[in-house]
Write a protein that binds this ligand. Sequence first.
Ligand code: AHR
Length: 625
Amino acid sequence: MLSLTGLSRAQPNSAASISVQLDSPLHKVSPMLYGLMTEEINFSYDGGLYAEKIRNRTFSGRWHSQPAHWFLFEQGNSSGTMEIDDTTGPSEALPSSLLINAVKADSANSIGVYNEGYWGMAVHPDTTYRASFYAKTDQSNMGTVSVELVSNDTGKVLASTKSSAISADWKKYDVTLQTGKIKPGAQNHLRLTVAHSGKVWLSLVSLFPPTYKNRENGNRLDLMEKMHAMNPTFLRLPGGNYLEGDEIQDRFDWKTTIGPLVDRPTHPSPWRYQSSDGMGLLEFLEWTEDLNIEPVLAVYAGYSLKGAHINAGPFLNPFVQDALDEIEFATGGPDTKWGAKRAELGHPKPFPLHYVEIGNEDWFDRSGSYEARFAQFDKAIKAKYPGLKTIATMPLKKTKPDMQDDHYYLRAVESYKHASQYDSADRNGPKIFIGEWATREGSPTPNLNAALGDAALMTGFERNSDLILMTSYAPLFVNVNPGGMQWESDLIGYDAMSSYGSPSYYAQVLFAKYLGDTVPTSTATNLPERFFYSVTNASTKGKIYLKLVNGSSMPQAINVRIDGGKALKSEGVVETLGGTNPTETNTVTEPERIIPVKAALQNIKSTFEHTVPAYSIQILELSTN
Ligand code: AHR
């Protein structure tokens, strides 16, 4: 028997069965059960979701005086140099720039620089690209900067334009580039050249393709669509370790991530590269708006990854104030200081916010300071925002938080064991947020075995969704190019041109698509090893969703019995995600090897037999008359 308290596995020669009692509901399904979590890791934003195509646009990455990912271009008889100049930049936040010293140049012999992008630069036919840069010159007659998209393979110019004449003071230049009937491809670069000798300084060079919902500083279309297809309900932001930073000064200091890009100084991510901060706090919030989901805002709580922490007390107050200001920036009306700032930045409407997470994985803080740090934040947040629920990042002894964030990174065999972990958990403690979880098998993205482990875990999430209110897989994204990945097994992979969902991605798509609203009583007998199920009822839609996970190499016949509801229609639907081999997977070149396949189910009655194929996840959608 499988119930909320236990599970008996197969006895030899006994038929496996699942029996569902629809008129005996156990509890509601949490409507926020499935959400998203991301951070700047694996080139998730820069070189990923954030649609900017220029890598190292502010020249913060460098090798001695040479900027990373930028190269000198000398046409014909031109000659000159490029080097980083730390004495001048377009703003206080960006005090450096790239100096092009054109010693010899004219209209037939131009000189300049080009950027290689994030492992290439995707360019499509009949498309308008927006480019911009900051520049100044020491010449009164330097003239314009030519901006060109160029093929790496042929040297052919795919689109070109000219800026207005460059002036002596720092100024922003905006241009558009229009492609024609070209072949789509990623082996391209952006080139900026001058046709006159003299010095030109450049900074914040930017190139954007069309973005999701046409946001000016927006996101890649394909990745937004992939997230949309997951039917998420929230986004936990901005991390993860990215929230904390290696050192306190490297934290996600949200006030330095808002406003014009030229006023954002950029900062090191703990995942070993510099974050452009193009994805700042407002962009995160707009991302939630575009997907029609709500933010779960994680605030920096005074602990950074290399162990530095600020004890509770007066020294923590400025960080608590930063968190209160951050909440006000997200939710305050235009009559508040930070709500007015948001309105000034173009978003007068407050964002919906119900959950604030205090820190991230504070069990790493061996000083034991979290309990008191949490209490200081919690008290201040609740005093100003009594309606908000706070989330602790580890079990607490003195305080009962509204919610506790548990994280799981497991192998498939461990996921199978953890699937029933919450069946007997204490219902008097805090509610549970599983803010990071994943079955980690497969690189860069998880394989079928991982998807089977994930699906087993998700049956447990659903069965216990009176306690587990929210879950979000991590990490969500990986740039699959060499050097792109810092963490193995990431849900969605991509390069400059295209993206794909892993088998684990499709497992989540299915579980969220067939969520249901109530968990009815159910029992199971003689389920074999590596077999898992959950059942939910969507009574208003007249649907019952039976989720079956067979992690074994053998097909499994199950006797299903549905009692206590209206008669079932004889035709149902089954969606199957499976394969022949647990290490099978999807890749950027074979993106749809393992995807859900939909079929009709016939002869459904209150009792019926169903066989679940080996290595597969199936959702049976049954309809009532
Ligand atoms: O998801 C990758 C990392 O795992 C997160 O940044 C961190 O919170 C966890 O340890």
